[in-house]
Design a protein around this ligand. Sequence first.
Ligand code: SF4
Length: 341
Amino acid sequence: MDHAHIATAETPSDVPEIDAPDLRPVTSRKPRTLPFSLSREGKRLRNVVGAAVTDFGMIEEGDKIMVCLSGGKDSYTLLDMLQALQVVAPVNFELIAVNLDQKQPDFPEHVLPEYLAKTGVSFKIVEQDTYSIVKRVLEEGKTMCSLCSRLRRGILYRTAKELGCTKIALGHHRDDILETFFLNMFYGGKLKAMPPKLVSDNGEHVVIRPLAYVREKDIVKYANERGFPIIPCNLCGSQPNLQRAVVGRMLEDWDKKHPGRIETMFRSLQNVVPSHLADTKLFDFPSIRANGVDEDALDAFGGGDTAFDVDQAIETAMRADAGAGAPQASSAIQFHTSKPN
Ligand code: SF4
């Protein structure tokens, strides 16, 4: 993740009331062509993004999508990819890029307006001094990110409402989703990640994460290729989330030592078998009875209790992982754009 500059979607109910942001006018409408040339890598990423958009039904005809832009590599890539999809998608949708200028010291406020003016995308810069609020409210030395991100989220949601946006797009990618999964497991005792699409807690917004299938290392590569004017994420002087960084390094390490493991882990998030977990809210364990062999029931049980059986596919994968080459997970992502590249 760029860092917490991109709001997470679980809407806080306790966002303090603050003055309405100063909105600058929308500058342009949906482009018919791209203002940049899409490289081979860019086209590949666009197809990966398109797959997620399709799988989760993220974008519909007539959507007006607010794209949250922090000035980090993820959000620049998000905007590029949505613009690229806009040109080829079978549905029509509008984009409005929104940046929240939180008045952090030395925030280069000219960078995003200058960049966005060249993209042809409508945009708004919302100016709101949350930096001072956080500094004033919190004692010296306290972690600022939690309050800061709650304030930011509230402002962005309010802005989406004012703009009449039907969707809010955030730049979280596959590695963010997996990191969140492990953080929730390690520290929250929950099997919970970051959904590619959800309704905010106040029920007013549909939040989408079109980069859900995109690997962070591919974003890094693409951002370097495009030379985005990245705004540093440490302007507030706050510490990044240390535990997230630790989990991020753990994933990186696994990725190096066991190529394919990250893909497999992400696939597991899309292939959940509630009957083989232990959550009584998800599966009606008390009603289980021995009813003889029932193929439908076996399917519902994810193939029955094979935990102690030798699973051919898993055995093969483990051997390959321990041996010379780990298996390359086949990508389940296929998206067919309506126009040729
Ligand atoms: S306190 Fe700083 S690092 Fe934390 S979310 Fe706010 S701007 Fe980002």
